[in-house]
Ligand binder design. Structure first.
Ligand code: DLL
Length: 436
């Protein structure tokens, strides 16, 4: 195919898409039941057998899977293939404690590359493009995913990985990068650094593919005007493969979900009831073509709305809005998944109590900052030998080791953090990222 727009698949009729999904789901349920004891038990507990699943209509009969299930089954409990058939692992962007590991066969990597190639094509990419990938490479899926998509498309790939802004800009200008792939906050930072150096006229960029964290329309406009590009959103999660589960097209109004590989549902996060298109709820995915790590009804905790309205780009696959929030307490700070409970663990381990508040802000240059305010205990205040500077330093180091990112720490006097009568307000996220 000339430019890797997979027309037969991406513009297939709704009936055709449904037929693919029905057939693949039935086969996948049987495959998972036969090969994953953990999942078979879950199905049996719910009284469902593979014979009960005849089509997508029956999907609701299957149990949900959650991140906690994945942690419980860590590392191999959800693997559907012998380890010898697997060729890669990736892991979610949180660091210690809450790792989730996903496995891939070569077939899984191939279909993931297809999904990312579709995303690059939807952003206007062709084999003539120079695709500058500064998502992190390694356990994180961002770098490898877009890299594979670019290879699949036949464009020139610059596998830059993250960091070293000086070198990013030099390669970008010397080698004429045309498509930039990174987190939106890094794109904003790069744009600012390029302007500081007065190098904007040397850019050949035409598009950016930005995801892995929430970003607003305002941020899109700012990045588009400062880099002179079109900025497209891309969505995905490690558990379901990585980036490219869904991507924006020329319309820039929601992301098409690759429905030949993933069935999307939106549910009420409290009751688990499936909601009709157009209603806001938690996104749930079933991967119907994966071999090594095929998850059925995986609860993403991302809140969004699905729409099957006709898209002017010609693609017929369902569109999801940008994530509009989360149904759990996970934060994404500097592109890294952070749970308040991880922070609490560090505080308790260092002799503090669970009286703390996490304040997340984003500065003018769109860079995230996280500050943890921690109450001193009365015992610490009474102790003349207690060294506040030293304790702060130790907390910063402990948080860095736990989260993988740098957090500011501010020690405050006992009883100064407001107590709540209900659920404690642990997080004040001032970024207002989820405006749709
Ligand atoms: O962030 C995969 C990815 C890499 C997506 C590069 C796009 C680009 P995880 O580290 O497993 O995987 O984090 C997944 O990140 O459940 C969302 O909450 C959030 N997320 C991903 N893409 C977007 C986006 C990668 N475009 C979690 N907008 C998901 C908002 C996003 N949030």
């Amino acid at each position: 195919m000339a430019n890797y727009f997979q027309k037969d698949i991406e513009t297939a009729s709704r009936d055709q898409i449904r037929a693919w999904q029905d057939e693949r789901l039935v086969a996948q349920v049987k495959y998972v039941y036969d090969n994953v004891p953990y999942y078979r038990n879950r199905m049996e507990n719910k009284g469902v057998r593979p014979e009960d699943i005849h089509s997508v209509e029956d999907l609701h009969k299957l149990p949900f899977l959650t991140k906690d299930d994945l942690r419980e089954a860590y590392p191999y409990g959800l693997l559907a293939r012998p380890l010898g058939d697997c060729v890669r692992i990736h892991s979610t962007s949180g660091t210690t404690g809450r790792r989730v590991v996903a496995f891939y066969t070569q077939h899984d990597l191939d279909l993931w590359a297809d999904c990312c190639a579709r995303a690059i094509v939807a952003a206007g990419g062709t084999k003539e493009d120079v695709v500058h990938v500064c998502y992190g490479y390694g356990l994180f899926t961002g770098g490898s995913g877009l890299d594979a998509g670019s290879h699949r498309l036949g464009s020139m790939t610059l596998p830059m990985s993250s960091g070293n802004t000086e070198r990013q800009i030099q390669f970008m200008t010397d080698l004429g990068s045309t498509i930039l792939c990174c987190t939106p906050s890094y794109a904003a930072y790069l744009a600012e650094s390029i302007h500081e150096r007065g190098m904007q006229d040397q850019l050949k960029l035409k598009a950016g593919i930005f995801g892995a964290e929430a970003w607003t329309e305002e941020m899109r406009q700012e990045i588009e005007s400062s880099l002179g590009i079109k900025a497209y959103d891309i969505y995905g999660l490690t558990e379901i493969s990585g980036p490219g589960v869904a991507f924006e097209c020329s319309e820039q109004s929601g992301m098409h979900i690759n429905e030949d590989h993933f069935i999307a549902e939106v549910i009420d996060p409290n009751t688990g009831e499936v909601l009709p298109d157009g209603e806001k709820g938690e996104l749930v995915f079933s991967s119907i073509t994966k071999e090594a790590f095929p998850l059925l009804r995986y609860r993403t905790r991302d809140i969004c709305v699905l729409s099957r309205e006709k898209c002017a780009c010609g693609r017929t696959h369902v569109k999801m809005t940008k994530p509009l929030g989360r149904s759990d307490d996970m934060l994404i700070v500097k592109g890294v998944n952070v749970f308040p409970s991880q922070i609490e663990t560090v505080l308790i381990n260092q002799g503090f109590q669970a009286n703390y508040q996490i304040i997340v802000t984003r500065d003018k240059a769109h860079q995230d900052r996280i500050e943890v305010q921690v109450e001193l205990t009365p015992f610490m205040v009474a102790d003349d030998t207690f060294d506040r500077a030293q304790a702060t330093k130790k907390l910063v180091a402990g948080l860095k080791a736990m989260l993988g990112i740098l957090a500011d720490v501010k020690l405050v006097e006992p009883k100064t953090i407001e107590r709540s009568e209900g659920k404690a307000v642990r997080v004040i996220d001032k970024r207002s990222l989820y405006k749709g």
